[in-house]
Design a protein around this ligand. Structure first.
Ligand code: FES
Length: 151
């Protein structure tokens, strides 16, 4: 939405004022850039705003979906489930305590935030490195047969 309106504005001003295109374009581009950045920030804080409250409970996650020494981010629930040892499952709030990005990769028992590279221990949630001020919040896991629930 913001992007397309910015583009049509730029085109219109280019046609109307050919002589001043240089300066006009620069100003318009600058404004569009600021608008885009603001939109990105707004989108970011909107999504993390909901996440700051609490992760959503999830249930019925098959253990087979959680790789050993890896894990999975449950889409839409802000929950990350890991399997740091065979048959041992852990769950954490998937929102990075740095600036609210959702963690993405879990490799070799390390949970990684894509935004600024904070890393967390997939067993304890503790911060390993990066700008995050603390680790991920641990969530209680219930294993029922071969399915996982997280509250
Ligand atoms: S938000 Fe995760 S490292 Fe910055």
């Amino acid at each position: 939405m913001g992007m397309s309106s910015g583009m049509s504005y730029r085109l219109a001003s280019g046609q109307d004022r050919q002589d001043e295109t240089g300066s006009t374009r620069r100003v318009v581009l600058g404004a569009a850039g600021v608008a885009a950045a603001a939109a990105a920030l707004a989108a970011c804080s909107t999504s993390s705003g909901g996440g700051d409250a609490t992760p959503s409970p999830v249930s019925g996650i098959p253990t087979s979906e959680i790789p050993l020494d890896g894990g999975k981010v449950i889409a839409g629930a802000r929950v990350v489930i890991t399997q740091p040892a065979e048959g041992t499952f852990k769950a954490f709030d998937a929102i990075c305590p740095h600036q609210g990005c959702e963690v993405t990769d879990i490799v070799d028992n390390v949970i990684r935030c894509p935004c600024h590279g904070s890393t967390f221990d997939a067993t304890t949630g503790e911060r390993i490195a990066g700008p995050a001020p603390r680790g991920l919040t641990t969530l209680p896991v219930t294993l029922t047969g071969s399915t996982i629930s997280v509250r």
